[in-house]
Design a protein around this ligand. Structure first.
Ligand code: 9WN
Length: 427
């Protein structure tokens, strides 16, 4: 399996970074690259650092690390929405065109695990501290403590049912852009598993809106989708701990990042914990209301330094509602007992290796070794049976979506390696 995973990463390697998939996603994606670095870190650390350097290269002058940096050698219409849609140029360090959105900030947590020296830690720290500053300074809404996302694509779990409510309030209009859905044409996987045309049109409208605000976060009050997502904020808290570790390696003061990690964790508990359901919900800033969360994103804050009682509650929910430690496919992205569960549909049921990996890290962090190693072994089994597919059917485990998927391969390599300590696990 190691050879299979390594083949996928090598095949998707462009010379500077790794494509999520040669056909479906032929550019550099932000959080995919962080996972790719994790995998390269196990087998070829120099490539892990190159992959991270390519992430730093796509950073805007305001500190944001955008969702996608487009490969200039790839045709504009190979992926939609591509460069002609986003119309961005100029502000990116290495000159590539990018989207305006972001993705979950897992980079610093992963960078801190890589084999690095002091000089590299200093370099990484500067870029990643600026990235986090962007999120704290520009994406925390007045009177709030957690970071808001402006589009489902920013969550990384694009088609999650958690976005259905906030999306249904988006003013209905036809997209202004004429487009062909490239995601349905790549020839792998069942197009029926992908978001519907109606959902996709809503995504395009929201992307147009944010683009047409000039991606100017001073104008977020005019935007129609502002949601505090538990996975996004838990990644940030975890990565603040990673940034503290990087700062220490670099010889800088880690204090600010330790404080931020603790503050974000406290805010996750105060603002998103759903005591009745034993999980973390989301908060819809446009409606001023909490959103129920039947998905695995509600479990991901287990990555952080949660109080012990909440750790037990979250694990209890994972066992009871998601089948952690049981005989079925682990872990479905949506709890099988919920009405939104759809076992084969993109982000609405299937298991993904990266969301499993988060839960493994959280379980390890809190000393729940048997459950953690059981989930790691189960995740590897999915890949052993079906290959490095994008996601896995929540009932029979068959491979779905694209084949040769980068982060499935990368996470496989990390899980096989037995792993290095998780940021924060020492303290
Ligand atoms: C939009 C690349 C990306 C992942 C996301 C996943 C999917 C894109 C799409 O693929 O999203 O960003 O076109 O559907 O949802 O998490 O980063 O692998």
């Amino acid at each position: 399996m190691r050879a299979l995973a390594l083949d996928v990463l090598r095949n998707n390697w462009t010379g500077g970074y790794t494509l999520p998939s040669r056909r479906l996603y032929p550019h550099q994606w932000s959080w995919d690259s962080a996972f790719h670095a994790l995998g390269w870190g196990v087998v070829e650390p120099a490539r892990a650092r190159d992959e991270m350097a390519a992430v730093f290269g796509m950073q805007w002058s305001d500190g944001r690390i955008p969702q996608i940096a487009f490969d200039p050698a790839t045709a504009d219409d190979a992926y939609f929405p591509g460069p002609p849609f986003w119309r961005r140029s100029g502000s990116v360090r290495d000159g590539r065109l990018t989207s305006c959105l972001v993705q979950p900030p897992v980079h610093a947590a992963i960078a801190a695990r890589l084999p690095i020296d002091r000089a590299w830690a200093r370099r990484a720290y500067q870029y990643l501290a600026a990235w986090h500053d962007y999120l704290f300074d520009r994406r925390v809404r007045p009177g709030r403590r957690l970071v808001s996302i402006v589009h489902p694509w920013e969550s990384g779990m694009d088609d999650s049912p958690v976005w259905d409510g906030p999306l249904s309030a988006v003013q209905r209009r036809e997209p202004r852009t004429t487009y062909v859905r490239r995601d349905l044409q790549h020839g792998s996987g069942d197009p029926g598993d992908r978001p519907t045309d109606a959902e996709y049109a809503r995504y395009v409208v929201l992307a147009e809106d944010y683009r047409d605000l000039g991606a100017d976060d001073d104008r977020l009050g005019e935007h129609q989708f502002l949601v505090e997502c538990p996975l996004f904020n838990a990644s940030l808290a975890w990565s603040e701990q990673g940034l503290a570790d990087l700062a220490t390696q670099a010889g800088f003061d880690p204090g600010l990042h330790r404080r931020r990690a603790a503050q974000l964790t406290a805010a996750l508990v105060a603002d998103l914990w759903d005591d009745e359901r034993g999980t973390f919900g989301a908060y819809d800033g446009c409606a001023g209301a909490h959103v129920e969360n039947p998905t695995i994103s509600g479990l991901v804050p287990v990555l952080t330094a949660l109080p012990g009682e909440l750790v037990e509650r979250v694990i209890g929910t994972a066992v009871k509602c998601f089948g952690l430690g049981g005989d079925g496919v682990q872990l479905p992205t949506v709890a099988p007992g919920s009405t939104e569960f759809d076992p084969g549909r993109y982000w609405r049921g299937p298991a993904w290796l990266n969301t499993n990996w988060f839960v493994v890290q959280g379980l390890r962090r809190h000393g729940r070794t048997a459950l953690a190693e059981g989930l790691a072994a189960h995740s590897l089994d999915l890949v052993r049976r079906a290959g490095a597919r994008e996601y896995f059917h929540a009932i029979d485990g068959r491979g779905l979506g694209t084949d040769g998927f980068g982060w499935t391969a990368a996470v496989t390599l990390d899980l096989l390696s037995g792993l290095t300590p998780t940021p924060g696990s020492a303290g």
